[in-house]
Design a protein around this ligand. Sequence first.
Ligand SMILES: Nc1ncnc2c1ncn2[C@@H]1O[C@H](COP(=O)(O)OP(=O)(O)OP(=O)(O)O)[C@@H](O)[C@H]1O
Ligand SMILES: [Mg+2]
Length: 254
Amino acid sequence: MPVLQLESVSGGYGETEILHGTNMVVERDQIVTIIGPNGAGKSTAMKAVFGLLNLTAGRVLLNGKDITNTPPEKVVSLGVCYVPQTANIFPNLTVQENLEMGAFVRRDDFRPRLQEIYQMFPPLWEKRRQAAGTLSGGQRQMVAMGKALMLEPEILLLDEPTAGLSPKFRGEIFQIVKDINKAGTPILMVEQNAKQSLKIADRGYVLVDGQNRYEGTGQELLSDPEVGEMFLGGGRSAAENGPSEERSSGEGTP
Ligand SMILES: Nc1ncnc2c1ncn2[C@@H]1O[C@H](COP(=O)(O)OP(=O)(O)OP(=O)(O)O)[C@@H](O)[C@H]1O
Ligand SMILES: [Mg+2]
């Protein structure tokens, strides 16, 4: 049974329908990537899972159980953790406080999990007493993922985890995503760095205008000439060579 399924999901904001019958499946051991143009509804698809959208048709299933239109706090307690595209950390709290915030719905002792997170992200241990907002873009993304992982989720949703990062940090984040998955957490992620993300994905979806345009294994999408032409930079490896800049407000880091 898949860990997560979107079955013909439609919905949007107010009167505006953004998703028009979207379908997605994440199996228990998979990394699944959603790519597509700006405004296609990729982030909206994640919000649909997380109960941040009013769905007008279709169903969202978690481990086969219907969670359509379940409010976010309930969705979290069912084991879905979501790292949004922006504002995904508390910049004025320390790294450790951020991680502890991630565990706020846990009723048990979360300290062993905290140690596991520090083992997964060694730079966070070194900077645990520093305000998270002073870290580099890549390390802030580690804080955001670590915070979500504090709950040992059934599935992790990541919205553009490598946005604004330099190629080096991008590579590191993709490696971390692979490691998290190997350690047992299924992942659904949205990515603009389409080629790199499909390389590590078991399955990919190309979302256009709120509908599935293409789908397949990561490899199938990478080798599909139409997908390559329209969504992967026409084979010129734009995804790898495009200009980039590390988005960092951490210039003043001591
Ligand atoms: N909170 C909101 N209220 C109203 N409309 C919204 C809201 N969020 C997004 N939209 C609209 O929904 C559409 C899909 O947006 P969405 O953020 O899902 O796209 P996306 O595929 O994630 O794009 P991007 O690659 O730019 O992140 C866009 O037309 C956007 O303007
Ligand atoms: Mg988005």
